[in-house]
Design a protein around this ligand. Structure first.
Ligand code: ATP
Ligand code: MG
Length: 474
């Protein structure tokens, strides 16, 4: 069955409504329901940014939406019927359709005691968090904007819908959502909303770690460098309490002219500079958390100089704990903790030293060294630039390390036992001895010697050296 799409030419600004969304509107209206495009799509289309998923709000209860969509020949999934949501699947696109909703009272600072459905779009828009997210658009009826979202978009302002304090008290996550959208759009936060963000940030303690983690990932994905931590530290500290002791934490060290927090903000800025604003998620988390272990590891020597021995190991443990809390994907967490652990490891511009950092990366995060070494260099460069002026030229040395790492990788220089031109079974066979842990010991010794440059990675040279080592071990 084919469905006529009455809105196939519909545009908002320079953004065309997808054919899928047009078909959904047509299907719902054919059944006598009212429907609007709402939320993020409207915001992004007005900004001329590439819009994400389309969300549709409708007067129809979900059962009626489902029936109307099926009559129009569309596939439907019941993706959240408790909240009135079904999803139409059209080709590769999913369009969420949600019944107009008013939230019941919030009793716990994170979700409404119940949701109530309504047939008024204005009431649905009023429950939304920010004015820029509380607009509806219809291809024939145009923009519905009861809270001045378009004007705020124009002015670059993030403003809560209604009384910011009341809205944040309903759901503490909105504090972080305000920061996320300000970071992503490069907007400022309107004064009253900003005051509420500062004062009510502690409400985040009532919100689940999963929701906080998802917003934090969104904040980092905005690529705003140190801005969130510098300007919205109350919200960031409430989201990750371990960040707070970095504020005003004097480093008492000639290497540093800033406190730990300002240093971290600058590293976050430089990471964006060095990656052209498209740093990976692991780099951004690493920049945020690389010195998280410093406040706990300060040791002041007899001349009054501060040292932070062990801060990378402490930082790695703390980072792991924080990222587990937010249920970040396991692989991502491992890449981040690896970078935090090694960010301060000295590397010299020699083959041996660069190979040894590759080996360390591989040990902590097997298989990821070729990619992680490049990211580690970005962190090291950014870290150097955020130190006292006299120590910034280390960043130039990092350029040389980076060049060497690329060269070693392109010539397949060995940094793992498996890279050697000899295998465990070769060694066993040549020796005639029974297998045992000694084989691994021989291989590791060979690798160390090859990496140090004293032994060629060639089968004959390795075999004869292996025999000597094996004899010494016997
Ligand atoms: P994104 O492109 O990041 O997905 P979005 O605007 O679609 O942006 P979502 O988090 O997907 O953001 O939420 C969809 C819409 O639902 C928002 O535009 C907003 O209107 C509303 N919304 C989401 N979360 C909340 C919340 N915690 N409180 C109030 N309204 C919310
Ligand atoms: Mg969305």
């Amino acid at each position: 069955m084919t469905t006529e799409n009455a809105y196939s030419e519909a545009m908002l600004g320079t953004t065309r409504l997808s054919e899928a969304a047009g078909r959904v509107l047509t299907a719902l209206e054919a059944a006598g329901s009212e429907a609007w495009i709402v939320g993020g799509w409207v915001r992004d289309a007005l900004l001329g940014n590439a819009p994400g998923d389309v969300d549709v709000a409708t007067s129809a209860p979900w059962q009626e939406s489902e029936a109307a969509l099926e009559v129009a020949g569309l596939r439907v999934r019941e993706t959240g019927v408790a909240h009135g949501t079904v999803t139409a699947i059209i080709g590769h696109e999913g369009v969420e359709i949600t019944t107009y909703r008013v939230d019941g009272p919030y009793e716990d600072g994170r979700h409404p005691a119940f949701v109530e459905f309504t047939d008024e779009i204005e009431r649905d828009l009023a429950r939304r968090d920010l004015t820029v997210n509380a607009m509806a658009w219809h291809p024939a009826r145009g923009l519905l904007d009861p809270f001045g979202g378009a004007e705020d978009l124009e002015a670059g302002v993030i403003r809560a819908v209604g009384d910011p304090r009341a809205r944040f008290e309903e759901d503490g996550l909105r504090v972080l959502r305000a920061v996320r959208f300000a970071a992503r759009l490069g907007f400022s936060i309107e004064e009253e909303t900003q005051t509420a963000v500062r004062e009510l940030a502690p409400l985040l303690s009532r919100v689940s770690f999963e929701r906080i983690g998802a917003e934090l990932r969104g904040i980092l994905a905005a690529g705003a460098g140190g801005w969130p931590l510098r300007e919205e530290r109350e919200a960031m500290f409430a989201a990750i309490p371990e960040l707070a002791p970095m504020e005003g934490f004097a480093q008492r060290s000639r290497y540093h002219s800033l406190d730990v927090l300002d240093h971290v903000c600058r590293v976050m800025d430089y990471v964006e500079v060095y990656t052209g604003g498209v740093a990976s998620e692991e780099l951004r988390w690493c920049a945020l958390l690389h010195d998280i272990g410093k406040p706990r590891t300060l040791w002041v020597d007899e001349r009054g100089q501060g040292h932070f021995y062990g801060h990378p190991a402490e930082g790695m443990a703390m980072t792991d704990e924080i990222l587990r809390r937010f249920a970040l994907p396991h692989d991502l967490r491992r890449r981040i903790t690896t970078l935090v652990r090694l960010h301060d490891r000295p590397v010299q511009p020699t083959r041996a030293s660069v190979l040894s950092i590759l080996a360390d990366l591989d040990e902590l995060c097997p298989g990821a060294a070729p990619h992680l070494v490049r990211e580690l260099m970005v962190v090291k460069r950014a870290d150097a630039m955020a130190k006292a002026p006299a120590y910034r030229d280390y960043a130039l040395e990092v350029d040389e390390l980076d060049r060497m790492a690329r060269e070693l990788l392109s010539e397949d220089a060995p940094y793992r036992v498996a890279d050697l031109a000899i295998s465990g079974s070769d060694i066993l066979e040549a020796s005639g001895r029974a297998p045992g842990p000694w084989v691994g010991e021989v291989l590791r010794t060979l690798l160390r010697e090859v990496m140090a440059g004293g032994l060629a990675d060639a089968p004959d040279a390795l075999a004869s050296r292996a025999a000597t080592i094996a004899r010494a071990l016997a």
